[in-house]
Design a protein around this ligand. Sequence first.
Ligand SMILES: Nc1ncnc2c1ncn2[C@@H]1O[C@H](COP(=O)(O)OP(=O)(O)OP(=O)(O)O)[C@@H](O)[C@H]1O
Ligand SMILES: [Mg+2]
Length: 406
Amino acid sequence: MAKNNLICSLDIGTTNTRAIVGEIDRDGIMNIIGIGQSKSTGLKKGIVIDIEATVRGIADAISQAERMIGEDLDSVYIAIGGPQTALLSNKGIVAVQGELREVTGTDVDRVIAAAQVLAIPPEREVINVTPLSYIVDGYEGIKDPVGMIGVRLEADALIITGKATYLQNIRRCVERAGLEISGMIFKGLSTPFMALSPDERELGCALVDIGGGVSEVSIYMHDTLLSFASIPQGGDLITQDLAHGLRVPISQAEQIKLLYGAATAESSGSTVFKIETVGASETTEVDSVELVEYIQPRVDEIFDCIRNELIKAGFDKPPAGGVVLTGGACQLPGLTDIASKKLGANVRIYRPKQIGVTDPSFTASTAVLQFITRINPAALQKQVRSGRQSPRFFDRIKSLFAEFFG
Ligand SMILES: Nc1ncnc2c1ncn2[C@@H]1O[C@H](COP(=O)(O)OP(=O)(O)OP(=O)(O)O)[C@@H](O)[C@H]1O
Ligand SMILES: [Mg+2]
């Protein structure tokens, strides 16, 4: 049984599965105390295609994290992204209850519940609902209506849905690995919350998580998620291009990419190394600068797709807050130069700051923990009700929540 104040996130990526355990201290601050990582072999472009292989990956990552913290983990929050998610907005309206007509937390819960009442096709499921702003008796743009006096409370909410079968397969894998699901957190909300500054989210900014199978683009403006796209291209295609170009096995191409790969000639070294091409009896010498010709076209293509997503979201000109890259593949030398040239924007790389997870491939899994402890304690409230967390623990989280919106 896990300790009361531990929370665990699970990011089931195409290349790696990661479990991160956070311990929340008496001041409500989350510290990372456990990390588990395993190779994923059951996913293709962010989607589960092999249940058993995915279950093994989850179980491996979780048992590594368990060994690190010396405790068993029984429940996880799952990071959800992928190509089969969609955004909708909807409005909820309720009459303020109570004799004094003062808006309470219960009224807020009711109005958010009312905003979820919309016709969702049977093949889709709601992943998260996030309030964007409230209206009290016609006064718009209210971030926290609790304590205000009014008769009518309205909420504009962003509703994130996913394809039911896609979510069911993920849930099945997690449950088969012997874990309960505490909640699902949409990466388009959690990752930008940690990786972008409030100014970037306000001015307009794209966060791009370039993984192995997919590049996920979350575009923000006025502190609101405008769009989320999952482009089915990532670092693994760069490896494949290299494997075809050099005529070497995928595993060798991956090593070559990590050791010598670069997206531009300017960022590449000039190291001569030997390769064994498939079917040849002798080794061949390659200068690392030659790798650019295989790598650059794919990186160009990825950023052309990202630029299309920005245009679709209304950014014909680059967003004022720039573009932030994260995910394992953003570490390729020269990739940020191509990004700034293609997108015409300021580009920076985000790395998580917590000890032990500073590699950008840990951003999504770390952000889920940050998001839950700072922004979305409602999920934790459920655990309090089921006796998993102490009420005082929840109060501390709740006060942080009030602080954030206050
Ligand atoms: N230093 C590096 N330089 C270049 N590429 C790298 C580096 N480190 C990791 N990568 C690449 O990053 C990719 C994996 O990234 P990541 O671990 O973020 O993916 P994932 O979350 O498992 O997959 P996805 O998000 O696509 O489902 C691989 O293609 C890997 O080769
Ligand atoms: Mg990923």
